[in-house]
Design a binder for this molecule. Structure first.
Ligand SMILES: [Zn+2]
Length: 393
């Protein structure tokens, strides 16, 4: 059952009516980049935007001051969450385009809210802080924010249109090596170098790369390498990010990386302390939902591929959400393909343009239509949840 043309045009009209304000919101957040958990201005501006349209906004959720929630519709029946992000990156500002994610989500909520009352369901806007390394959505999952939600929807800017690009499961590992200092010229035989073990860890991991499955990423940097040139380094440390397409491969590769660090420590006869910080889970794209979003996007004039193996993947806390409720995280181009990717200066520039803002407005319409579709179409909901129950991981 498709949405009626009347419902679609009501959604589009509601989004178009606030399109200029959405562009202004995207620009304003772009001009005022705020780091994870410090998105005070962005969350304030989003709340003001919604309050001007008569929506009650809850501020501060799951112990995070910059999280927010608004609801529209009957309060009963199926419930769809539309997710906003608004944090920036150190040094490169809005190089991930989260200002556009915010504007798109707010627009989608306004569009869906315009027709939600007649649909016997509820649309929930969730403002989710700290996607860049803070895992705001994980805090919200723990706090029960996603309980009773039937589907979760967001969009992300990119250099091409993709409905179901993967996002990698990830973990951070820190290795602290402790050796024995000695005079590097006077008594080198008395020392055990923590730095040698640290550098050997990189070499050993490089040797293991031939055994990694496709999609695995292991990348690290040295965070401490000694104190002075004439002292055999007593202390050295490095940090690695390990990523894989699913949790099982992540655990396997994590084991290999840890083994390399221990082997390096043995070779230099130094001690190693390993600490782990859990990253994000892999993204389980709900293909039923992704294709429905793709259908709406196409009706609005943009054709997206499902995936594109020529481009790499990152990690997102939307992956964690996708293990809790059926979710989509489609990507929409704001630059010509190949011009720039997320976390680059040129991508940050593009995220501040009105052309990019107009893509967020388009995404808003497609997300709102998809959300109302889930609420209105019982058989779509059944297929979405059956696919989610059967997911591989
Ligand atoms: Zn991002």
């Amino acid at each position: 059952m498709a949405l009626s043309p009347e419902v679609e045009s009501s959604i589009d009209r509601a989004v178009d009516d606030c399109a200029d304000e959405l562009l202004a919101l995207a620009r304003r957040i772009h001009e005022n980049p705020e780091l994870r958990f410090e998105e005070y201005k962005a969350s304030e501006w989003i709340a003001e935007f919604l309050a001007r349209r008569g929506h009650a906004v809850e501020r501060g959720l799951a112990g995070m001051a910059t999280a927010l929630r608004a609801r529209a519709g009957s309060g009963k029946g199926p419930r769809v969450a539309i997710l906003a992000e608004y944090d920036a990156l150190p040094g490169v500002g809005h190089a991930c385009g989260h200002n556009l994610i915010a504007a798109g989500a707010v627009g989608a909520f306004v569009g869906a809210a315009a027709v939600a009352d007649a649909q016997a369901g509820e649309v929930v806007l969730l403002g989710t802080p700290a996607e860049e390394g803070g895992g705001g959505k994980i805090e919200m999952i723990k706090a029960g924010t996603f309980e009773g939600i039937d589907a979760a929807i967001m969009f992300h800017p990119f250099d091409r249109d993709l409905l179901a690009h993967p996002a990698l499961a990830s973990v951070w590992l820190t290795f602290d090596f402790r050796g024995t200092p000695s005079h590097a010229a006077l008594a080198p035989q008395a020392g055990h170098s923590a730095l040698t073990a640290c550098l050997d860890t990189f070499r050993l991991i490089d040797g293991q790369r031939v055994h990694f499955r496709d999609g695995v990423r292991v990348h690290g940097f040295v965070t401490g390498g000694g104190q002075a040139v004439n002292i055999v380094p007593e202390h050295a440390a490095c940090e690695f990010s390990v990523r894989a397409l699913d949790g099982r491969e992540l655990e396997r590769v994590r084991g290999i990386v840890e083994r390399c660090a221990r082997a390096a420590a043995i070779a230099s006869d130094v001690a190693v302390e390993i600490s782990t910080r859990q990253g994000y889970r892999d993204m389980v794209n709900n293909m039923t939902l992704a294709r429905r979003f793709g259908g709406h996007l196409q009706a609005l004039g943009r054709v997206a591929r499902e995936r594109d193996d020529r481009v790499g993947a990152g990690s997102t806390d939307m992956g964690d959400v996708s293990h809790v409720v059926p979710s989509i995280h489609p990507w929409l181009a704001i630059v010509e393909q190949g011009v720039a990717l997320c976390h680059e200066h040129r991508f940050a520039e593009a995220a501040g343009t009105d052309a990019a803002g107009r893509t967020a407005v388009l995404a808003a319409k497609a997300m709102a239509r998809t959300a109302i579709d889930v609420i209105a179409d019982r058989s779509l909901r059944a297929t979405v949840s059956a696919e989610w129950r059967d997911r591989a991981s």
